[in-house]
Design a protein around this ligand. Structure first.
Ligand SMILES: CC(=O)SCCNC(=O)CCNC(=O)[C@H](O)C(C)(C)COP(=O)(O)OP(=O)(O)OC[C@H]1O[C@@H](n2cnc3c(N)ncnc32)[C@H](O)[C@@H]1OP(=O)(O)O
Ligand SMILES: O=CC(=O)O
Ligand SMILES: [Mg+2]
Length: 519
């Protein structure tokens, strides 16, 4: 294990961890920490201030102080090599099998996920970096417990875009000058350090809440490029617009990162979570119906994606669509047909709206996404030329949450509790993405489940079908009933779910108390 000054790494340590945690790599992480962690913590404190203002009655709007940025003429950097054509992007965690399957999937891009689809178990953090490094070197292979052998195929491989953790998460196994380091800087720093010469260092940036947070990432990138003598713009980043406040700062976020920008992505699941979270105490104007009925065509979601495409194309940036959660099945043709239909409809809407490409959760969904985008793009690599000047979205349109049609039902509540607990059980055991009821569940979708329960409970909601009030007792009773049929010991996951779904204090991210429970 490397021995950089002021850095302490704490176990457990696997066989090849020393190949990632070298003295030089840890010393780079320490430099990043010393240069940027103070600002990270200040920006997290600013989030709290904004949230307190919202609770006191404030709202979101386009910022008066950045009007100049919105009105000036500027464009982001030209699309970087390997990112010109992003018509189909597969996402997934970085364990060896998924890494190989994603790289053999035929997608144009692989989002290598250390975020929503990953439990940041120390082993996952370091082994993920090993797998990425080995995959980039072409040497990654894997044999499953059943004896199936996995190797990288000969065909063209997707461009790798790595997604580090969000600014809010610490990495408690790396202490710098006695303080836990940042999960974002750890994931970014290790990936950049080990791979910037072997491949193009591209990133997806999650869960940002302001252009000041984008400025911090931009400064981190400039620091890394300068430190290793790489030209400006070597690093590229696609920002997920997946928080409510960020939707009001899309132009500013692109502007801050303009030399490093690779566009924006519509991260629908965290966006929905953020909408619930930010206005959770503000009563009926922000109350959403059952999660599964909030589709991408309800007014406030439509406003957000339309504005995203228009904003990106005005600035020469790619607009990338999000994740339809339906998972295909190789065993059940009925489930498979429904997934292909639902995902197909979602991708058709995105391609028609001007998105340049979109996400899929599973290799069997790559063809449907590709065919739909092929049909719209034809021989063009993207549709940056579709300016969508017909789109006009106001702050009121983005805020029109209360206009969402639908009902709050007992079935919706049961689904939130059951799926939420099952997901947390998987997360605590080290798996950050799972299929439950043929739907992809990850940290973002679980956040919706638990925050929706919290919101209904704390806004005195009566269910539309039964008339029953949502109380702690009802949620506990539903948990008893739903979990009884599932088997296994779900006690730890249930306790965590109750902490984040019914306690009076709203926990910012469920991954924070969940991470505290990890070794
Ligand atoms: C809100 C957001 O942030 S969305 C982005 C984050 N979320 C994700 O990335 C989720 C990605 N998807 C997944 O993790 C998986 O598809 C799951 C967990 C939902 C379902 O996975 P499984 O239960 O393994 O599905 P299934 O059994 O149908 O998989 C069939 C094969 O495809 C592989 N596979 C499935 N999804 C993926 C993927 N995303 N990447 C690579 N390979 C995959 C499986 O490893 C399996 O391979 P095998 O036949 O060699 O064993
Ligand atoms: O990260 C994507 C999302 O939808 O959340
Ligand atoms: Mg997300």
């Amino acid at each position: 294990m490397g021995n950089a000054t002021g850095v302490e790494t704490t176990g457990p340590f696997g066989d090849r961890f020393a190949e990632i945690l070298t003295e030089e790599a840890l010393s780079f992480l320490a430099d990043l920490h010393r240069a940027f962690d103070g600002r990270r913590l200040e920006l997290l404190a600013l989030r709290k201030e904004r949230e307190a203002a919202l609770a006191a009655g404030a709202t979101f709007g386009f910022l008066p102080e950045t009007r100049d940025v919105r009105e000036a003429e500027w464009r982001v950097a030209e699309p970087a090599p390997g990112l010109e054509d992003r018509r189909v992007e597969i996402t997934g965690p970085t364990d060896a099998k998924m890494t190989i399957n994603a790289l053999n999937s035929g997608a144009k891009v692989w989002l290598a996920d250390h975020e929503d689809a990953n439990t940041p178990l120390w082993q996952n953090v370091v082994e993920g970096q090993l797998n990425l490094r080995d995959a980039i070197a072409g040497s990654l292979s894997y044999t499953s417990p059943e004896g199936k052998r996995y190797t990288l195929g000969e065909g063209p491989r997707p461009t790798i875009v790595m997604r580090p953790r969000g600014w809010h998460l610490p990495e408690k196994h790396i202490l710098v000058d006695g303080a836990p380091s940042s999960g974002s800087l750890t994931d970014f720093g290790l990936y950049f350090f080990h791979n910037h010469l072997a491949t193009r260092p591209y990133f997806y940036l999650p869960k940002m809440e302001s252009h000041l947070e984008a400025r911090l990432w931009n400064d981190v990138f400039a620091f890394a490029e300068e430190r290793f003598g790489r030209p400006t713009g070597t690093i590229r980043a696609t920002v997920l617009i997946e928080t409510f406040p960020a939707a009001f700062e899309m132009e500013e976020i692109l502007y801050e990162l303009r030399e490093h920008s690779a566009g924006l992505n519509a991260g629908r699941w965290d966006y929905m979570f953020s909408v619930i979270k930010k206005f959770r105490t503000r009563g009926r104007d922000f109350l959403l119906p059952d999660r599964n009925t909030v589709t991408m065509t309800v007014p406030f979601m439509r406003a957000y994606t339309e504005l995203l495409v228009r904003t990106c194309h005005k600035r020469g940036a790619h607009a990338i669509g999000g994740m339809a959660a339906f998972i295909p099945s190789r065993r059940d043709p009925g489930v498979n047909r429904v997934a292909l239909e639902k995902v197909g409809a979602d991708k058709r809407r995105e391609a028609g709206d001007g998105f340049d490409g979109s996400w899929v959760a599973h290799p069997d969904l790559v063809p449907v996404c590709r065919e739909i985008f092929d049909g719209v793009l034809r021989d063009r690599p993207n549709q940056l030329d579709r300016l969508r000047e017909d789109v006009s979205v106001t702050a009121e349109d983005l805020l029109a949450v209360g206009a969402t049609p639908g009902r709050r039902t007992e079935e919706g509540l049961r689904n939130a509790v059951s799926v939420g607990v099952q997901y947390l059980d998987a997360w605590l055991k080290g798996t950050g993405a799972v299929a439950i009821n043929n739907m992809m569940e990850d940290a973002a979708t679980a956040e919706i489940s638990r925050s929706q329960v919290w919101q209904w409970l704390h806004n005195d909601v009566a269910l539309d079908d039964t008339g029953e009030r949502v109380t702690r007792e009802l949620v506990e009773r539903i948990a008893d009933e739903e979990l009884a049929g599932l088997g296994g010991d779900l006690g730890a996951a249930r306790e965590l779910f109750m902490e984040v779904a019914v306690a009076d204090d709203f926990v910012d991210f469920l991954t924070i108390p969940a991470y505290e429970r990890m070794p």
